[in-house]
Design a protein around this ligand. Structure first.
Ligand code: B1M
Length: 228
């Protein structure tokens, strides 16, 4: 089982890294006719592998791999796009089983990727997992201007805001967003996250917390919304 599990997770990572969505995908040509990320994720879940393990040790590993190849100029933007297509399609399979759900009882969580940044896979994962934990999630999407977060936060008496960014170049926009939220809605707690965001950056820009991953965001929301 352990070896089968390792092999399967590695195959899932390879499918994502190479943009192999499903068996019918013709890309990449050397994998034609083979199962893709969708079928392999289904197999992994049937084998009893935990959904979060499939995400962290399969899908996300593939994504990191294509990112590393991009850094080395051995992969290009179309490769990253194909990989994100495979990741997103396979995540749908996980969602069917994991019951991410739609909460509305525990509090409102407004989330978005900051202005200038189009990366949404990590942000979507956080949104799904927070919703599955029972929060009402308002997803503002990508490339969200600071004013849009403020506009949405003003609609709710109690809410928290989550900001995501993957680019070092858009970290200043995260800072601007936190600053505007602090000025316009000082009572709204803010969590920031994404690969380039460190604890020290989060505290320097005045965010209440930094999330390493979606679980961190849930833990923080649980503390933030729990009655005193
Ligand atoms: Co882009 N890209 N990309 N990209 N891309 C990165 C981020 C990069 C690291 C690749 C590299 O150089 N190795 C690099 C950034 C370098 C930097 O700034 N330091 C990069 C670049 C440079 C770019 C462009 C500028 C390329 C160009 O045009 N020359 C361009 C920017 C476009 C723009 O946004 N304006 C660009 C474009 C793209 C695509 C559109 C092709 C595609 C995105 C598709 C999409 O998102 N729909 C893409 C992709 C896929 C990537 C990589 C390969 C994968 C990102 C990803 O989805 N990871 C990425 C390389 C890498 O990550 N190694 C890369 C999987 C995801 C699950 O992880 O998003 O980190 P992640 O989210 C994690 C945590 O960070 C955390 O939880 C998630 C789950 O664990 N988290 C939070 C995230 N948000 C959180 C919020 C929280 C809490 C936790 O609370 C609120």
């Amino acid at each position: 089982m352990t070896e089968e599990r390792t092999v399967l997770l590695e195959r899932i990572a390879t499918c994502v890294a190479r943009g192999k969505v499903n068996e019918a995908s013709k890309i990449p040509p050397d994998m034609a006719g083979q199962p893709g990320a969708v079928e392999l994720v289904r197999q992994a879940l049937d084998l009893g592998i935990e959904p979060m393990t499939v995400i962290n040790e399969g899908l996300s590993v593939g994504m990191r791999r294509v990112g590393d190849l991009f850094s080395q100029q051995k992969a290009f933007i179309p490769d990253m796009l194909l990989a994100s297509r495979a990741f997103t399609a396979a995540l749908e399979v996980v969602k069917e089983r994991f019951n991410f759900g739609e909460g509305d009882a525990r509090g409102v969580f407004i989330i978005g990727t900051v202005l200038g940044d189009l990366h949404d896979i990590g942000k979507n994962l956080v949104a799904h997992i927070v919703a599955g934990a029972g929060y009402h999630v308002v997803d503002l999407g990508v490339n969200v201007p600071p004013e849009r977060f403020v506009e949405e936060a003003r609609k709710y008496e109690h809410c928290a805001v989550g900001l995501s960014t993957l680019l070092t170049t858009t970290m200043p926009n995260m800072e601007k967003t936190v600053k505007l939220l602090r000025e316009q809605c000082p009572q709204v707690p803010v969590i920031v996250g994404g690969a380039p965001v460190s604890d020290s950056f989060a505290s320097r820009i005045g965010a209440n917390a930094r999330g390493e991953d979606p679980r961190d965001a849930v833990r923080w929301l649980d503390e933030t919304f729990s009655p005193a």
